[in-house]
Design a protein around this ligand. Structure first.
Ligand code: 3HC
Ligand code: NAI
Length: 710
């Protein structure tokens, strides 16, 4: 047998025993449908079909998955025969009953392979789904045609438009599978099902020939229309509407024509920049965990966690940790603050119960893992502590002195500071090797991003511990170096400044927010500021003003935000900020008084306002983001451009379908971005200093992505 990993023989194994052909897919880690697997499946089915000794065929996966879908790494490369639709047609056409026995993930093309088999059995923990939409695609191997024929248009559209995974029991209820196996051994369970099939003389039953689920044309059309209306609302996304078009074809056309429509629309999705952006995001989200320290150090065990501070962040962090099944000890300043911290944690749990995500018993179990205390002695046994007290260096130092006194040797000491110098915090302890930044985002139990900030003296195993904790909390970890604002807040400060410059130069805050939303962010910078509270940024600006180097050249400073804060207009919590909020409302209206303040400040600054088109505004906003992103990479604050991408996507609402700012810049063309920066620098050379890395990449004709592969 050929041992080369690319050979189909080593990826798909065929054996015949007792009149059953066993077709085993064996392509670790997740049995993705590479060209070799497709060839192997095609050959195995053809051989089994032609073998008179074979009465039925069983397809199953080796290792941890049935089949996790098409090989995503092949997208964008020249296609290789046979295509997956051809393989699926071949399986469906088999003259002998074909059973797919599913365990673990059966996703995308993996589920499409199963749907082209004639019968399906799944083990209790199997996960089935058509997640192509999350990659900017549609199920392109018959999934859009066979799924509605099997389970009806409404359920098929729900699967394909959400991309969600369903468990075996739900798949059975939907009609996606025929049986839930009694236990996890897919091979034994599949074989038992095949024997039952042969004993009962159950026939070949092709999904593509089913008609019952689409028989009620009016109801099916209504489901398609509703899905189209819903997909239209997802502004900017390309593939959802194409999925709806495919289901319409499933209703209107015979299978062969429906499959042709699906192929044509799949090709369009494949060629779209959104597919490139989303596939980049998929791999980047996995690459971020590959950091040098993970290779150098072994994670320390973490069985219990301490949290200092029960405010907005401390409570959210506690919930994130409790949700992961770990016990939490929270230390606050006094009993009243402990009670408040506990009530914040409980309020989140109550919200989960109200939404049906947690049972009352589940809530009781979560709260039983929570302990509040005022004495740091409560931390004596914890393996890791996360400090989330006021953003003030003296307070942080006092807290770390207590941690040092009470925590056992080897305990990891983490800070959730947003901006403060973690090297300075670490230096103030006698165990800087144990001190690290764990920068959560608000609300900490919901936001996926976790910046893991690595100070100079921290040991590799502490960094590895932080990444292991992130995995346990189901967060997306990004390694960051120490600087003011780390990766995310540092870049945010710069593009927010670019927005402020635009505003003073003539754009209204409402036009800027609208432009940012049209780009794909869920909200603009001024809406964001109103949500988070303008006082937070104001405090940071005042702190920075106090420490500004008097010898440094004066940077342009826009005073408008300060004027709002001086009036106590901090945003939603005060009923007005950049927008006006009616009592209890979270959606604000433009405020003419704010526009008057903006006009007044422009006049004071001697600016004659000018008009900007949305495109002009967008170019400045994006160029500022990309330029600072490049500086962050250049200085080693981010390991690679992809770390910047993941940070902005998961912490700041950058549209995932654009891949992240650095991927977006690659797609726009770095030379264009640099030319914009150089043009803007004519007006303000201090703000628009091009990153040396960007200049170098343009000179060498390279992309940011070329730095991701090192
Ligand atoms: N193609 C290529 N590589 C894949 C892959 C795929 N479909 N799915 C996962 N991988 C790789 C990952 O990149 C990772 O590689 P690495 O170790 O080098 O970083 C490795 O497999 C393990 O993946 P995870 O770290 O994600 O492992 P988990 O156990 O956490 O999750 C999973 C497993 C649920 C299968 C998850 O990987 C996943 O969701 N994969 C993508 C599934 C998907 O989107 N399938 C549809 C593809 S599109 C399609 O099928 C088109 C068709 O309709 C024509
Ligand atoms: P907060 O003001 O809501 O809560 C701080 C809590 O710390 C208060 O409950 C206070 O009683 C407690 N505290 C103060 N000194 C203490 C001490 N010596 N011992 C025990 N408890 C003490 O503040 P928030 O917003 O939760 O911020 C906490 C930290 O998290 C800050 O460093 C902040 O920069 C950072 N952060 C904040 C984010 C946000 O969006 N609010 C986002 C990410 C980080």
């Amino acid at each position: 047998m050929d041992a080369s990993p690319a050979s189909s023989a080593s990826c798909v194994h065929l054996s015949v025993r007792d009149h059953i052909a066993f077709v085993a897919v064996d392509n670790p880690p997740v049995n993705a449908l590479s060209a070799a697997v497709r060839r192997g499946l095609m050959d195995a089915i053809t051989q089994a079909d032609a073998n008179p000794d074979v009465h039925a065929v069983l397809v199953h996966g080796r290792g941890k998955a049935f089949i996790a879908g098409a090989d995503i790494r092949e997208f964008g490369l020249p296609p290789q025969a046979p295509s997956l639709p051809e393989v699926c047609l071949r399986i469906e056409a088999c003259s002998k009953p074909v059973v797919a026995s599913i365990h673990g993930p059966a996703l995308g093309g993996g589920l499409e392979v199963a749907l082209s088999a004639h019968w399906r059995v799944a083990t209790p923990s199997a996960k089935l789904g058509l997640p192509e939409v999350q990659l900017g695609l549609l199920p392109g191997a018959g999934g859009t045609q066979r799924t509605p024929r099997l389970i009806g248009a409404q359920a098929a559209l729900d699967l394909m438009l959400s991309g969600r995974h369903v468990g075996a029991q739900e798949a059975l209820r939907m009609g996606l599978i025929d049986r839930v196996a009694a236990q996890e051994d897919a091979l034994a369970e599949g074989e038992a099902f095949v024997r039952h099939l042969l004993a009962e003389r159950l026939p070949v039953r092709r999904s593509g020939e089913q008609t019952a689920a689409l028989a009620d044309r009016a109801a099916t059309q209504a489901s398609i229309d509703a899905a189209r209306a819903e997909a239209t609302k997802k502004r900017g996304l390309f593939s959802p509407l194409k999925i709806v078009d495919c289901v319409q074809a499933a209703l209107d056309l015979p299978l062969s024509e429906g499959l042709a429509t699906e192929r044509a629309l799949f090709e369009q999705c494949l060629a779209s920049p959104q597919r490139a952006g989303l596939v980049h995001a998929f791999f980047a989200e996995r690459e971020v965990a590959k950091v040098p320290e993970a290779r150098l150090g072994q994670a320390r065990p973490v069985a219990s966690v301490g949290v200092v501070g029960g405010g907005t962040m401390g409570a959210g962090i506690a919930v994130a940790v409790l949700d992961a099944g770990l016990p939490v000890v929270m230390v606050e300043r006094d009993e009243a603050a402990v009670a408040l911290g506990r009530s914040r944690v409980e309020k989140v749990c109550d919200g989960h119960v109200a939404k049906g995500r947690l049972t009352p018993e589940g809530k009781a179990a979560v709260m039983a893992r929570f302990t509040g205390a005022t004495d740091y002695a409560a931390f004596k046994d914890v393996d890791l502590v996360i400090e989330a007290v006021f953003e003030d260096m003296a307070v942080k130092h006092a807290v770390f002195a207590e941690l040092e006194r009470h925590c056992k040797p080897g305990a990891v000491l983490a800070t959730n500071t947003s901006y403060l110098d973690i090297d300075a915090i670490a230096q103030a302890t006698s165990r800087p090797q144990d001190v690290i930044g764990l920068h959560f985002f608000s609300p900490a139990h919901i936001m996926k991003l976790l910046e893991i900030v690595v100070p100079a003296k921290v040991s590799a195993d502490v960094v590895a511990t932080a990444f292991a904790l992130a995995a346990k909390l189901k967060k997306v970890p990004v390694r960051a170096g120490v600087c003011d604002g780390f990766i995310g807040n540092r870049i945010l400060a710069v593009y927010r400044t670019a927005a402020d410059h635009l505003m003073e130069d003539g754009a209204s805050p409402y036009e800027i927010d609208a432009m940012v939303r049209a780009f794909g962010f869920p909200m603009g910078p001024y809406e964001m500021s109103d949500l988070a509270g303008g006082d937070i940024g104001w405090a940071t600006r005042k702190r920075r003003a106090a420490t500004r180097d008097p010898k440094a050249p004066p940077a342009r400073y826009v005073h408008i935000a300060d004027r709002l804060c001086e009036r106590g207009w901090f945003g939603q919590k005060t009923g007005r900020g950049w927008y006006l909020y009616e009592a209890g409302s979270r959606s604000g209206k433009p405020d003419p008084e704010v526009e008057a303040i903006v006009a007044e400040e422009r006049a004071k600054a001697g600016v004659t306002p000018r008009r900007f088109t949305p495109e002009e505004m967008q170019r400045r906003y994006v160029a500022a983001m990309v330029n600072e992103g490049a500086k962050v990479v250049e200085e080693g604050i981010a390991l690679r451009p992809l770390d910047v991408d993941v940070t902005l996507v998961h912490g700041y609402g950058f549209p995932r379908w654009r891949g992240g700012p650095m991927k977006h810049a690659d797609m726009v063309g770095l030379a264009h971005i640099l030319a914009d920066i150089q043009a803007f620098a004519q007006e303000d050379p201090l703000f628009w200093q091009p990153s040396a890395l960007l200049v170098k990449l343009v000179a060498e004709g390279r992309t940011f992505d070329s730095l991701n592969k090192i």
